[in-house]
Design a protein around this ligand. Structure first.
Ligand code: NA7
Length: 536
């Protein structure tokens, strides 16, 4: 029927965030018929959803932007070194409009299911309102941190005040002024929110389970002259990002921590601590996150900073992580975060001492106290990387659910394919090198586009990863980074989320090697005319 024809595309992309927008640009360039399906009412993905007060980049804005268009680089001016969410969202809207991509996007269209049909090698994608789309190729651009999670507290629905999940923040302004506010969670989102809420709330109570090692962001406005000089440096900056392991502008120092004399080491860390951005994390000595000894000395340096900044020694000790070293989990960047705890309106509750027992109509009850709040903010994180896939009923050959194929942790080929799921490709999914996300996304999307161009030239209608290829890639990825202290602790980076059933065991969910190596491996597959794939 005509209606079915109208919904038939060469490619369907799920998600209109940084990855979906860029993939749309490439598909347009190739002249393919495609549709981008997006759950939100606009583009932006992470930067659409995470509109909570205080949300901003922790990477230098310019290093986090697209690099593919000289025109775009010439036109767009960033106003701050670490742009706030509204500016980033404007940027992504600007890109979408500049390249006229919106007409091929469909909003308020959350994908419910995607089923592979063996008889015609096509996918049938269904969205929540029941409309269906068929496509030859299905590309997921779901975002690595896009499935928010909530604690499983009893009485969650009983609270009568305002309550918000950080990444499901409403579009309408939310005022904290004069209110008694609770924040649960002290990851990057919690830290950004706490800084903001503490400015106007009557009382702010922070519920912390695991403290994180936070270091100063040191944000500043970008003047006109500075913007021009940054622009002139773009080629060199992008080259630097491409050459560094995590695609950040900071690269590790080749020295070994304990080989550097104490004074010199301290001076180096002092300099990094006082510099903007991720320097202390991404630009540290090369063994800082591998050697227990080196990491302990570094952690002690940061602990001393926290003790200097927080007046009450007991509170300072609570804010210093005891069970993981600096840089072994995502380092939140902050602006006066620690000083917030010197304010009389702010209180820190360690839920390890007094666990939250339940949510009540008026607030929260811990094992030792009943709290009344006007607002509860959940900054409780995401079901990372695989969570957004789990939320869609994805079925490959023989109706096998992706969730079943990944029940022992994700298995992929190049972080792009899953055996048994032909014509299905992932950008920024598990096992793809990400780091500074847009850098990884541009590469992944370009790689996929190269393959689609090849398929078009050769009249290929079925692209599949053999099981052996997936097994050997998965084994390779699982063997990477075993020396990293980060892989030895629980965090979203090791696939652990205590709020999600079945995600309490660590698994290799990320590509833990250097991005340079990842690209080399993927380039080799492309150069060999994709022989490792089954193409027909
Ligand atoms: P994160 O970094 O996963 O942080 C979530 C926080 O919420 C973390 O402190 C958790 O403690 C806490 N949490 C989660 N569930 C609970 C319950 N049930 N009780 C108490 N505390 C809880 O998410 P973010 O959104 O802050 O940041 C995500 C990424 O976005 C970040 O890495 C950046 O790349 C940008 P836990 O540590 O699990 O003990």
């Amino acid at each position: 029927p005509a209606s079915e024809k109208a919904n038939d595309y060469d490619v369907v992309v799920i998600g209109a965030g940084i990855a979906g927008i860029y993939q749309a640009y490439r598909l347009r360039e190739m002249g393919l018929r495609f549709r981008v399906l997006e759950a939100g009412s606009g583009v932006g993905g992470t930067w659409y959803w995470n509109r909570y007060p205080g949300a901003r980049f922790d990477s230098e804005s310019y290093s986090y932007a697209y690099s593919f268009s000289q025109e775009l680089l010439a036109e767009w001016n960033w106003t701050e070194h670490f742009a706030a969410q509204p500016e980033t969202l404007s940027y992504l809207n600007y890109v979408t409009d500049k390249f006229e991509l919106r007409s091929d996007m469909q909003f308020n269209s959350r994908v419910k299911s995607a089923h592979y049909n063996e008889s015609d090698c096509k996918w049938i994608v269904t969205i929540e309102d029941g409309s269906a789309f068929s496509c030859r190729f299905l590309i997921t651009a779901l975002g690595p941190l896009s499935a928010p999670t909530m604690p499983n507290y009893e009485g969650l629905g009983e609270f009568t005040g305002e309550s918000y999940q950080a990444s499901l923040w409403p579009k309408e302004p939310v005022s904290f002024a004069g209110k008694r506010v609770a924040v649960i969670g002290t990851g990057s989102s919690g830290v950004q929110l706490i800084q903001e809420i503490s400015k106007t709330a009557k009382q702010l109570t922070v519920f912390q389970r695991t403290p994180n090692w936070c270091v100063p962001l040191r944000n500043a406005p970008i003047t006109k002259e500075e913007m021009e000089s940054l622009r002139a440096g773009y080629p060199e900056m992008f080259e630097r990002c491409q050459a560094s392991p995590g695609c950040f502008i900071h690269a590790p120092d080749p020295r070994l921590t304990m080989e550097v004399p104490t004074d010199e080491r301290e001076a180096f860390w002092e300099k990094q601590y006082n510099a903007p951005g991720f320097g202390l994390w991404m630009g540290n000595f090369r063994d800082a996150f591998i050697s227990e000894e080196a990491n302990a000395v570094l952690s002690d340096f940061v602990a001393r900073k926290i003790r200097q900044r927080v007046k009450n020694p007991a509170v300072a000790e609570k804010l210093i992580p005891k069970n993981h070293g600096f840089g072994t989990r995502r380092v939140p960047l902050e602006t006066n975060y620690y000083e917030v705890y010197n304010q009389p309106n702010v209180r820190l509750i360690d839920v390890n001492d007094s666990p939250i027992k339940r949510v009540t109509a008026n607030g929260l009850m811990t094992s030792s106290e009943e709290f009344e709040f006007d607002m509860i903010v959940y900054a409780t994180g995401f079901d990372a990387l695989t969570g957004s896939f789990d939320r869609i009923d994805i079925r490959g050959e023989n109706g096998v659910p992706l969730k079943k194929a990944w029940e022992h942790g994700p298995e992929t080929f190049l972080g792009i394919f899953v055996a048994g799921f032909p014509n299905f490709m992932m950008i920024a999914g598990p096992h793809m090198a990400l780091g500074n996300a847009p850098r990884g996304i541009e590469y992944g999307s370009e790689w996929i586009s190269g393959l689609l161009r090849f398929a078009a030239q050769k009249n290929i209608t079925r692209i599949a990863a053999p099981f052996e290829a997936m097994q050997s890639w998965t084994e390779y990825v699982r063997g990477l980074g075993t020396e990293l202290l980060a892989t030895k602790i629980d965090s979203w980076m090791t696939g652990v989320n205590k709020n999600v059933a079945g995600k309490t065991q660590r698994c290799v969910i990320r590509y833990n090697g250097p991005a340079t190596e990842y690209r080399k491996k993927c380039d080799e597959v492309a150069k060999a005319n994709y022989q490792q794939l089954d193409l027909s």
